[in-house]
Design a protein around this ligand. Structure first.
Ligand SMILES: [Zn+2]
Length: 417
């Protein structure tokens, strides 16, 4: 491994300009989702891979949302590692709130600037170069390496990662998945919280605003319901000891990365009433109110058990009907924190002179949920989310190169005979 390691590090050092230019060029091809049309950015990746002489093709469910994939077998039999990153990015919002053109891909002050550079063109670039470098070393490695650069991640992955895994399971499930969504270099993520989106409809007869004895007020019922729903945040969470321990150990790092309080909600249910709409006129007692609620579930809990609690609450309100939005809900997922890939990532980062990243779970969702839900261990290690989903997104060039090194070395280590 030490010769392979030195070779990879030397290539990355020699390719510094090329790697930075590639990321800047990738940022300059807009791929905002919505609308999610990634054809130009996918073509940019396809051309880069073809010019490196590595196997590459398209697998496309919807014409505007292509996925760029490639695979090769190494010299000896061994595990199948899948690299995954997404091509689509958040929309930039009003351009006047940016200090540069959102698609500038400017290289300045030791940084690459632009929409999507941290979420996650930096990470997808790391996966792409890992694939290129390991292809050159395939005679010395074992197993198989597959690259999946997908569209549709920002809208749930139905036509990207999920479609690839379910349509071509033999090709894209693999034995383990490595992804470089932003995590901060101090953290490896082995799991992520789940989501449950709910729409509540409150219906009462309604009345004149002075006749409060005639009908229940739908807005008042909704506000009582909200109070009860927020008590779900106190639900106990049962987890295996190793998961509980790993998450507890990561709380200080999460607080540093996400701000005070971020650690406290890492392993708890959170409730957010996102939309409330009801009433027509101040002197009319409202007969309808609509409430939309976003609940996040800690790992090891399930939609089924949470829905049980929610139905018990709703049963106390005969005026309320609830409808889960399953298309925008996902179970929490996690992989074994004792899986070799996690230890490999930690050791690789240490070997590059940085402190060992802590293992944790993420508050938000990634495409890793699709692999984990199908029993494939999946791990995330990526850059700092500087201004993610905000104006003036940027990544430090040194950090980008660190992510490339870590992914290439960790993948090579996983595929070493
Ligand atoms: Zn992302």
């Amino acid at each position: 491994m030490s010769r392979i390691r030195e070779t990879i590090l030397q290539w990355i050092a020699e390719d510094r300009e090329k790697l930075v230019g590639f990321l800047a060029g990738f940022v300059r091809v807009p791929s905002p989702n919505p609308p999610g049309d990634t054809r130009a950015a996918a073509a940019f990746l396809h051309a880069a891979l073809a010019s490196q002489g590595v196997p590459v093709s398209y697998r496309t469910a919807k014409p505007e949302w292509p996925n760029v994939v490639g695979t090769f077998s190494a010299h000896r039999p061994g595990p199948h590692l899948v690299l995954n990153g997404h091509i689509d990015v958040f929309p930039p919002g009003p351009t006047e709130t940016w200090s540069r053109d959102p698609w500038s891909g400017a290289i300045a002050d030791g940084k690459v600037h632009g929409r999507g550079v941290v979420d996650m063109k930096c990470g997808t670039a790391a996966s792409l170069w890992t694939y290129v470098y390991l292809h050159r070393l395939r005679e010395e490695l074992a197993g198989r390496l597959t690259l999946t650069c997908v569209s549709d991640e920002e809208t749930g992955g139905t036509w990207g990662a999920k479609w690839l895994i379910d349509t071509f399971p033999d090709e894209f499930r693999g034995d383990c998945v490595l992804n470089a969504e932003p995590s901060t270099p101090g953290m490896v993520r082995f799991g992520e919280k789940g989501t449950l989106r709910l729409i509540f409809a409150v219906d009462t007869p309604g009345a004149h605003g002075a006749y409060t004895h005639v009908s229940k007020n739908a807005i008042k019922v909704a506000s009582d319901l909200i109070q009860d729903l927020y008590r779900l945040e106190e639900l106990p969470v049962a987890q295996p000891e190793d998961i509980k321990r790993a998450i507890a150990a990561s709380v200080p790092a999460i607080e540093r990365a996400l701000g005070a309080g971020g650690g406290r909600i890492l392993n708890r249910f959170t409730v957010s009433a996102g939309v409330i709409a009801g009433g027509i006129k101040i002197n009319m007692l409202p007969g309808h109110c609509r409430l939309e609620v976003d609940i996040r579930l800690p790992v090891c809990t399930t939609h089924a058990s949470l829905m049980h609690e929610i139905e018990a609450i709703v049963a106390r309100y005969p005026e309320v009907a609830v409808r889960p939005v399953w298309t925008h809900s996902a179970e929490p997922t996690f992989s074994n924190p004792n899986h070799p890939m996690l230890a490999i990532l930690q050791a690789t980062v240490r070997s590059l002179g940085r402190s060992e990243p802590v293992a944790s779970v993420s508050l938000g969702a990634t495409d890793m949920k699709h692999w984990r839900a199908r029993g494939v261990p999946a791990f995330v290690y990526g850059c700092t989310p500087n201004n993610m989903a905000k104006p003036d997104e940027w990544v430090a060039i040194d950090e980008y190169l660190h992510i490339v090194r870590t992914h290439a070395l960790a993948a090579a280590s996983f595929l070493s005979p």
